[in-house]
Design a protein. Structure first.
Length: 258
């Protein structure tokens, strides 16, 4: 009997060419499917909740997959897959899901976290996971600007070229600039954004725009103008990929893994 599973994965995306399988390149999806084949002898297609780009990480990516023959426990499946994965990818949870569960279609929202280090000396142990800013930023101004991003509206100004979306309207439920408790000494700053869906490079473009406000190049009210223009050229530069983490994926009522 075919069984459907929801798999939660964490990974360091530094050495991968993104999520989606690409010929001749190491990807998260390809590595995961290869690990499943080696550990279960089954060819299984793994569908992620979204396609993270090269260099982007995940704390809680969710994928759906169907196994035509698997009678052992979900714990056994998790251990089998992890035994064949590199140290940079780990399956953190496996749940049996409804037979029609689909990681993309059933998702009702996602939360991303972007990590920054402000001004401090270069840290060789953090450069893979943070964007290092060489100048101080006005955190309060960034927080005021972030609050203006929350809402149901057209986010075309934060969408990079190359996307094929029917609509650029999204519902951003939360956007926060979060200095660490030891910010004065560590310089660690995070930006978290939650929405019902995201456009291509939307979070990185939001982060780059908020940093311009933090640098004092623009006031927080500039965000209203950027959103009103509905054109990418009016927003700030895209933040680099290494600071971005897919933190959590949310699902519709009725999806209850058992």
């Amino acid at each position: 009997m075919t069984r459907t599973f929801a798999i939660t994965i964490a990974y360091d995306g530094t050495d991968f060419a993104g999520w989606q399988v690409q010929p001749g390149q190491a990807t998260i999806q390809g590595t995961l499917q290869h690990a499943i084949k080696r550990s279960t002898k089954l060819d299984v297609n793994v569908t992620g909740s979204g396609r993270t780009d090269a260099g982007v990480h995940a704390l809680g990516q969710v994928a759906s997959c169907r196994f035509p023959t698997w009678t052992a426990s979900t714990d056994a499946l998790s251990k089998a897959i992890n035994s064949r994965l590199p140290e940079t990818i780990v399956v953190t949870e496996v749940h049996q899901a409804p037979s029609d569960f689909h990681a993309i279609r059933d998702a009702i929202g996602k939360r991303y976290r972007y990590q920054i280090q402000v001004r401090h000396q270069r840290d060789p142990f953090e450069h893979r996971y943070r964007w290092r800013l060489r100048r101080a930023v006005d955190v309060a101004a960034m927080q005021s600007a972030a609050a203006k991003i929350i809402g149901h509206r057209d986010f075309s100004s934060f969408e990079s070229a190359g996307a094929r979306r029917k609509s650029s309207v999204r519902d951003v439920r939360d956007c926060q600039v979060l200095p660490a408790a030891d910010y004065e000494t560590s310089g660690h700053l995070a930006i978290e954004v939650e929405a019902n869906g995201f456009l291509y490079n939307m979070v990185r473009n939001i982060v780059g725009t908020l940093v311009e406000v933090g640098y004092g190049k623009q006031p927080p009210e500039w965000i209203d103008e950027v959103l009103g223009q509905k054109n990418r050229i009016y927003a700030g530069q895209a933040a680099p990929p290494q600071g971005l983490f897919l933190k959590e994926v949310y699902y519709r009522p009725g999806f209850e893994p058992v």
